[in-house]
Design a protein around this ligand. Structure first.
Ligand SMILES: Cc1cc2nc3c(=O)[nH]c(=O)nc-3n(C[C@H](O)[C@H](O)[C@H](O)COP(=O)(O)O)c2cc1C
Ligand SMILES: Nc1ncnc2c1ncn2[C@@H]1O[C@H](COP(=O)(O)OP(=O)(O)O)[C@@H](O)[C@H]1O
Length: 311
């Protein structure tokens, strides 16, 4: 997959999709599959255009969602799903002022669009005035084939990034993974904590997480990848009320592992939510609960590790 930035032209004819693609979930995957098929029919390559930053971060920051993925994770996933080109366009207030027609004209100046595919609810241009009907009208004028994709559904409701965000915020990780079509994961760097974990035989790798959206506070069965190896693990997300920590922490105990991994990058696939984080009266009680958590039969961890090549 080739990445195209603002100042570059994409001369090869493409079937272009436009959108944020946060999550690259099953709905997005179906769209990519359709675009690749269409690209074959039209003798073109497949491409996605995404705006950076997310348009709402520019236009209404207080309404902008916390994203499921970092830009790098999204790029890795798009590559994984077989896309040929990833076009990243800077979104600013000037671009937001373009009329729907000027928006399409602007894209056609830089990209050789032979086909265009967007989702049924796609809106674009000044005040979101453009929609799929506008695109159907503009397509013959600008000389590309146009089609839209209906929502992919799961259990009667459309699959969407916001539905997946709601699952994660609520601790329904398995549901989120089902909608994503692969295990939900976080990524971050291991940093030093208070060195208390080792004193209760429960060392935990504390992560500075790259992802914006964090799951509901609580304890999760998980799989962790560090230095290219996967370990069964258990993760706590929260504020550690027992020890009065400041800020939110994401920390993971890796089973059958010992060693120093400060500074290492860790990929964390969360599985089942086990319990809420609680405030205990003292460290001894906290330690007892953590060791009880360790002994809980974690059926999630009976599965194979999520060897999916994510990042
Ligand atoms: C499986 C597990 C469950 C945990 N549950 C709680 C909890 O319910 N309440 C709490 O205050 N801290 C909880 N913690 C976090 C501990 O407070 C924290 O790991 C410990 O204080 C060590 O912190 P350190 O990594 O900064 O040394 C949990 C940690 C793990 C690994
Ligand atoms: N099984 C393990 N799981 C997680 N971290 C481990 C493990 N064994 C050793 N470590 C190391 O110990 C550190 C965690 O120990 P801990 O006492 O909790 O320190 P900190 O408070 O700095 O996180 C990890 O960052 C890692 O470098």
């Amino acid at each position: 997959m080739k990445r195209i930035s603002d100042n570059q032209k994409l001369a090869e004819p493409v079937v272009l999709m436009i959108g944020n693609f946060d999550g690259v979930h099953r709905g997005h995957q179906a769209m990519i599959q359709r675009a690749r098929q269409k690209a074959c029919e039209l003798g073109a390559a497949s491409a996605i255009l995404s705006f950076q930053p997310h348009p709402l971060k520019v236009l209404a920051p207080d309404k902008a969602p916390k994203l499921l993925q970092t830009p790098l994770q999204k790029e890795a996933l798009l590559k994984h799903y077989g896309l040929d080109y990833y076009v990243v366009k800077t979104f600013d207030r000037d671009f937001a002022k373009l009329s729907p027609r000027a928006f399409v004209a602007n894209l056609c100046e830089h990209i050789h669009i032979r086909g265009l595919i967007v989702g049924f609810n796609f809106h674009f241009g000044f005040k979101r005035e453009g929609d799929i009907h506008t695109l159907a009208r503009l397509a013959p004028e600008f000389g590309f084939a146009f089609e839209h994709i209906e929502a992919q559904r799961c259990e009667a409701a459309p699959i969407s990034s916001s539905r997946i965000r709601a699952c994660i915020a609520d601790g329904r990780i398995e549901e989120a993974s089902a909608l994503l079509g692969r295990p939900y994961f976080l990524q971050g760097q291991v940093v030093k904590g208070r060195r208390l974990g080792r004193t209760i035989d429960a060392p935990t790798a504390n992560l500075v997480v790259y992802n914006e959206l964090l799951p509901r506070f609580g304890v999760y069965a998980s799989w962790a990848r560090v230095r290219h190896a996967w370990y069964r693990a258990i993760t706590n997300v929260g504020t550690n009320p027992t020890v009065g920590a400041t800020g939110t922490r994401v920390e993971t105990h890796l089973f059958d592992f010992s060693g120093d991994i400060y500074g290492e990058e860790l990929v964390l696939c969360l599985g089942r939510f086990m319990r809420d984080e609680r405030r205990f009266d003292n460290m001894k009680m906290l330690s007892e609960q953590i060791h009880k958590d360790f002994r809980t039969r974690l059926t999630y961890l009976d599965q194979e590790p999520p060897v999916f090549a994510i990042v």
